[in-house]
Write a protein that binds this ligand. Structure first.
Ligand code: HEM
Length: 424
């Protein structure tokens, strides 16, 4: 029997709750060629180097040999979907390179943060975020057991991203289903020739097609009658770079809906889980609530919501860490492993809410640095800060909890918590 590589072991569902021993093994070869030809980069220094190297592309159209889970579909939802039947799929900002990346990101930014002279849209959401968190905690009153995912981590980001974008919240069950179908299908390490894999991928492609039609329908509606939120602004307002084409509008809308909540849900759920596993840290945060700002950064370093990103490839041969990544090879940047790299972080497996100089890669770095980071930070600080302050005597019911299947967006499916109450 062929022995599995540390990366293949880390990808196994059985190891989803604790991939860290395999990451430790993986980091011994900072740039590790896998049997399928993918190069997995797991050390902090090498990832940062490649994030700033123009010979690394994020555009799957430039990769002649995509990794298995992306071979017939895409691990990135937006790129697969065309607005109209038969049109070629167009990239979102996460799957293209400069100059188109920079042009599209510049076009989107003022609609998200506000125009250059008053970039306060995100900060202005704070009272609303607090109100939503408050409502969710009020709902827990009188209960003795909650699910920190379904009752808390999920509803906040989804409500907020719907508001920011102008997506009707009533449509949430539909896009939730499409996203879950896609996430469950994009599993790395599956046999791409197997019937089961093909059928899951076909389901995912159909889900993403419907999701794309849904977004195209929203743009059509807003083009006829402008409404609140970023999508309406993107279709109606002309910025210095002009307007995006229909296909790009749809791809970026899907990216925003998707990235705007999946990752944040996982960070809130992991934060609750991690703090309940570290009672000293929980108590410290209760006594010193101002630590929530550095605390959330540390929680993201400790359990990264995006474990790796799979659309990069080498556009030229790249010599790094004693290896040459050949032109055309897929490159996975394993943020989850780099965030526990002892060469960068002292005692990386310790949770330190006051960790100095915490330059983690939870939001990446360079030109693809997370577009939504200011919003995500605001939401998670508010949610976790209030949970710690108001929920009485929370105890984990099941440890480890069950995990979602997806390896990129790693997070618990449920986190059951017994509580004594919720105070004001
Ligand atoms: C805790 C929550 C979040 C985490 C951990 C996270 C993480 C990341 C990471 C690691 C990347 C870089 C991927 C790569 O390697 O190319 C990224 C990019 C991105 N994120 Fe987030 N994200 C979060 C929340 C959000 C939110 C709330 C939004 C939207 C409002 C968002 C929108 C985006 C977009 C549009 C990009 C692509 C940026 C580009 O390619 O220029 N993210 N995110």
């Amino acid at each position: 029997m062929v022995e599995e590589t540390p990366w293949q072991q880390a990808l196994r569902y059985a190891n989803r709750a604790n991939p860290y021993p395999f990451y430790e093994e993986l980091r011994k070869t900072p740039v590790a060629r896998q049997p399928d030809g993918t190069y997995v980069v797991s050390t902090y220094r090498e990832i940062v180097t490649l994030l700033h190297d123009p010979r690394v592309s994020s555009d799957p159209r430039k990769c002649p040999a995509p990794a298995p889970a992306t071979a017939k579909g895409s691990a990135e939802p937006a790129a697969e979907v065309a607005p109209t039947e038969g049109a070629p799929p167009e990239p979102s900002i996460i799957t293209c390179d400069p100059p188109e990346h920079d042009r599209d990101r510049r076009t989107m930014t003022p609609h998200f943060v506000g125009p250059p002279d008053s970039p306060h849209l995100i900060a202005g959401l704070e009272p609303e975020i607090r109100r939503i968190v408050d409502g969710l905690l009020e709902h827990m009153r009188g209960r003795t057991r909650i699910d920190a995912v379904d009752d808390f981590a999920y509803p906040l980001p989804v409500t907020v991203i719907c508001k920011v974008l102008g997506v009707p919240l009533e449509d949430e069950p539909r896009f939730h289903q499409w996203i879950q179908t896609a996430l469950d299908a994009w599993e790395f390490g599956s046999d791409p020739a197997s019937e089961e894999f093909r059928s899951r991928l076909a389901g995912a492609n159909e889900a993403m097609r419907e999701f794309g039609q849904f977004a195209a329908g929203l743009f059509d509606r807003y083009a006829r009658q402008p409404g609140p939120g970023m999508l309406s602004a993107m279709v109606n307002e002309e910025g210095p770079e002009g307007r995006m084409s229909g296909g790009r509008l749809v791809s970026n809308a899907l990216l925003l809906i998707f990235a705007g909540h999946e990752t944040t849900v996982n960070l809130i759920a992991h934060s609750v889980l991690t703090l309940l596993r570290h009672p000293d840290a929980l108590e410290k945060l209760r006594r010193r609530p101002e630590l929530i700002v550095s605390g959330v950064e540390e929680l993201l370093r400790f359990e990264s919501s995006v474990q790796f990103w799979p659309t990069r490839s080498a556009v030229q041969d790249i010599a790094i860490a004693g290896t040459t990544i050949p032109k055309g090879a897929p490159i996975f940047l394993a943020y989850g492993a780099a965030n526990r790299d002892p060469e960068q972080f002292t005692d990386p497996d310790e949770l330190d809410l006051e960790r100095p100089d915490n330059q983690h890669l939870g939001f990446s770095q360079g030109i693809h640095f997370c577009f939504g980071a200011p919003l995500a930070r605001l939401e998670v600080q508010s949610a976790v800060g209030e949970f710690v302050r108001r929920v009485e005597n929370p105890r984990l019911v099941e440890d480890p909890p069950p995990y979602r299947r997806n390896q990129i967006f790693r997070g618990p499916r449920h986190v059951l918590v017994d509580i004594d109450g919720v105070h004001d």
